[in-house]
Design a protein around this ligand. Structure first.
Ligand code: HEC
Ligand code: HEC
Ligand code: HEC
Ligand code: HEC
Ligand code: HEC
Ligand code: HEC
Ligand code: HEC
Ligand code: HEC
Ligand code: HEC
Ligand code: HEC
Ligand code: HEC
Length: 288
């Protein structure tokens, strides 16, 4: 909590300030040293029965809800201290676009299941996504979009449930584990920046792609070449004329020698522990 927001939560300036909610002696489920979890924490000061409170929530009963699935407990630049990445239909209070009406018997029931709920407004984006050659598996399971996105408001941009690498890591723990080893390896003092910062979406399209491995560019020369001048990388032959002896259908590119998604303890993001071991994969005649 290091920011000064346009709208600060008034509780910060009242009573015990930070200690209204935090207690250095308790550690709650979230690990943020909170006295209690939401909603109990919030209900200490907020009366959800007040007509004004109800009206602000479009008469939906939110008393049992996780208030911080919408509100930033400290403050925000958004009205009503909603998290900055607030979904437009939420900040515009169009709850009923997704939920049954507030007077219904099951007001919070969503109108449509899975991706169909999102398709109501994201049809163009979804049509485009599902017409690609490779659609990322979590988009088509029952949970769909909500595998990665929150429906209301989130701390992270683009309504993501957490930092990108954490979201991906819920299913790709092996890949993340290898990347962690690469990051922690002291020999990798100049580790590839998007790998180091967990910026998976520089290299992979999270929804779908026409390229293998959901790659954001059709070839590694284009993908890696965006940041690395491969023409000057080395004098080693690369591209169309250099046929990979291990598989005649492949030509030599960055991925012939480098593994981008974490290589555990190998240096220089190489597939192998030493340069020698790598070179002899293709240059069999040089084997000692
Ligand atoms: C109204 C209750 C409330 C008050 C007052 C409050 N916090 Fe928090 N704080 C929370 C909650 C709830 C979370 C957990 C947020 C989450 O789950 O993302 C949190 C999380 C945090 C975190 C860790 C995550 C982050 O957002 O950075 C820090 C650090 C923090 N609070 C510091 C402070 C400080 C310093 C103050 C006083 C200036 C303060 N808090 C006042 C409720 C409060
Ligand atoms: C120590 C008392 C206290 C606690 C605990 C508390 N609040 Fe508040 N909150 C206030 C006060 C005081 C105001 C300003 C008066 C009002 O709008 O009711 C306020 C205002 C708000 C507002 C309106 C902000 C605006 O700018 O429109 C929201 C939203 C809010 N609180 C959410 C929460 C949430 C979520 C929690 C739990 C994480 C929480 N509050 C816990 C005291 C508290
Ligand atoms: C874009 C669609 C969408 C909109 C708009 C929306 N919701 Fe939701 N809401 C959902 C979905 C989906 C869930 C179920 C979340 C889950 O299962 O993870 C949900 C769950 C909830 C819950 C129960 C879970 C919790 O957070 O504790 C409450 C309460 C809720 N919504 C209130 C509201 C209110 C109030 C509004 C308007 C201010 C609103 N919603 C707007 C999609 C939406
Ligand atoms: C689904 C999202 C959502 C959830 C969940 C939610 N709120 Fe809100 N809340 C909103 C929106 C949207 C507003 C209206 C913001 C505006 O003024 O435009 C609002 C307004 C408020 C206000 C300002 C109105 C007032 O009475 O001063 C308070 C306080 C508040 N919420 C507290 C809470 C508390 C406490 C909880 C949990 C018990 C909670 N909210 C749960 C979306 C949510
Ligand atoms: C009622 C219409 C509506 C529904 C239903 C809806 N959205 Fe949205 N969504 C919007 C609008 C409007 C925007 C803002 C678009 C813009 O600014 O260009 C948006 C933006 C987004 C964004 C981008 C946020 C950003 O910060 O750029 C994501 C992600 C998103 N929606 C996910 C979803 C998911 C997941 C669902 C289904 C649970 C869903 N939406 C359902 C209307 C909707
Ligand atoms: C595997 C995780 C994942 C799933 C599942 C997912 N998204 Fe996303 N989505 C992301 C990530 C990550 C971004 C941010 C991309 C960036 O920052 O470049 C994003 C961005 C978006 C945006 C912002 C515009 C854009 O394309 O950058 C929208 C809108 C969106 N998603 C909607 C959806 C909808 C609708 C679904 C379901 C059909 C869905 N997403 C499913 C991970 C996911
Ligand atoms: C809900 C689980 C889930 C989440 C979250 C998730 N993925 Fe996946 N992903 C999968 C599954 C399942 C596959 C298919 C695995 C297979 O075919 O062996 C897959 C496949 C992939 C592939 C390989 C595609 C191929 O052709 O083999 C890449 C790359 C990938 N995901 C990247 C990501 C990134 C980046 C994120 C975060 C933005 C992410 N995933 C989030 C479940 C997930
Ligand atoms: C968004 C820009 C960006 C992209 C795209 C990118 N890199 Fe990097 N990479 C960097 C930066 C920045 C460094 C650090 C350079 C330094 O510190 O001198 C780096 C470093 C490296 C290193 C040196 C690692 C070490 O430990 O010495 C290798 C190898 C590498 N990248 C390979 C790749 C490959 C292969 C791809 C394509 C799959 C790729 N990079 C895509 C930005 C990028
Ligand atoms: C610098 C570009 C780059 C970044 C950043 C990157 N990847 Fe990859 N990823 C690749 C390439 C290229 C492959 C193909 C195999 C290889 O070289 O490792 C791949 C392969 C994968 C695979 C297939 C299985 C495997 O491990 O080979 C998954 C899953 C995956 N990446 C997920 C992720 C996730 C999750 C992140 C973020 C934490 C991420 N990637 C970041 C370029 C990248
Ligand atoms: C024939 C094998 C081979 C190919 C093909 C290859 N590299 Fe390398 N690369 C190496 C070796 C060996 C090193 C030195 C590794 C070490 O000792 O740390 C290296 C080092 C690097 C470095 C860090 C040092 C530097 O020169 O900046 C980057 C960045 C890099 N490669 C990117 C790429 C990219 C991008 C491609 C594709 C255009 C590529 N490499 C293709 C073998 C290769
Ligand atoms: C993926 C297979 C592959 C790997 C791995 C590989 N090479 Fe090559 N190398 C080739 C191909 C293909 C050529 C083109 C000439 C040929 O067909 O033999 C070549 C040519 C060369 C040449 C001759 C340069 C020229 O201009 O003709 C040298 C020297 C060389 N490689 C060194 C290395 C070294 C050192 C390594 C390890 C860092 C390495 N190679 C790894 C496939 C590979």
């Amino acid at each position: 909590m290091d920011k000064s927001y346009t709208f600060m939560h008034k509780s910060l300036a009242k009573g015990k300030g930070c200690l209204n909610c935090h207690d250095p002696h308790f550690s709650n489920r979230l690990g943020f040293l909170l006295k209690k979890d939401a909603p109990a924490l919030c209900l200490e000061c907020h009366n959800t029965d007040k007509p004004f409170f109800k009206k602000k929530h479009m008469n939906y009963a939110v008393a049992d809800s996780n208030c911080i699935s919408c509100h930033n407990p400290h403050g925000s630049d958004m009205k009503g201290i909603l998290y900055a990445a607030a979904h437009k239909p939420v900040s515009e209070k169009k709850c009923a676009e997704c939920h049954a009406g507030p007077q219904s018997k099951t007001p919070l029931k969503v109108k449509k299941q899975g991706n169909e709920l999102c398709r109501q407004c994201h049809k163009d984006m979804m049509d485009k996504t599902f017409s690609k050659n490779r659609v990322h598996w979590p988009l088509v399971d029952n949970v769909g979009c909500l595998n990665c996105h929150g429906p209301h408001a989130t701390k992270q941009k683009k309504l993501l449930k957490g930092p990108v690498a954490n979201v991906c890591g819920t299913c790709h723990s092996d890949t993340i584990e290898l990347q962690k080893l690469s990051i922690d390896n002291p020999k990798n003092d100049k580790l590839c920046e998007p790998v180091k910062s967990g910026n998976c979406v520089i290299c992979h399209s999270p929804h779908a792609s026409d390229n293998i491995l959901l790659m954001s560019k059709p070839s590694s020369l284009e993908l890696c070449g965006e940041c690395h001048k491969w023409q000057t990388h080395s004098t080693h032959p690369i591209g169309e004329k250099a046929i990979d002896k291990r598989n005649k259908n492949l030509t030599v590119d960055c991925l012939s020698c480098h593994k981008s998604c974490g290589t555990g303890n190998n240096p220089g993001m190489m597939h192998f522990a030493s340069t020698y071991e790598m070179c002899i994969q293709c240059h069999l005649d040089r084997r000692r």
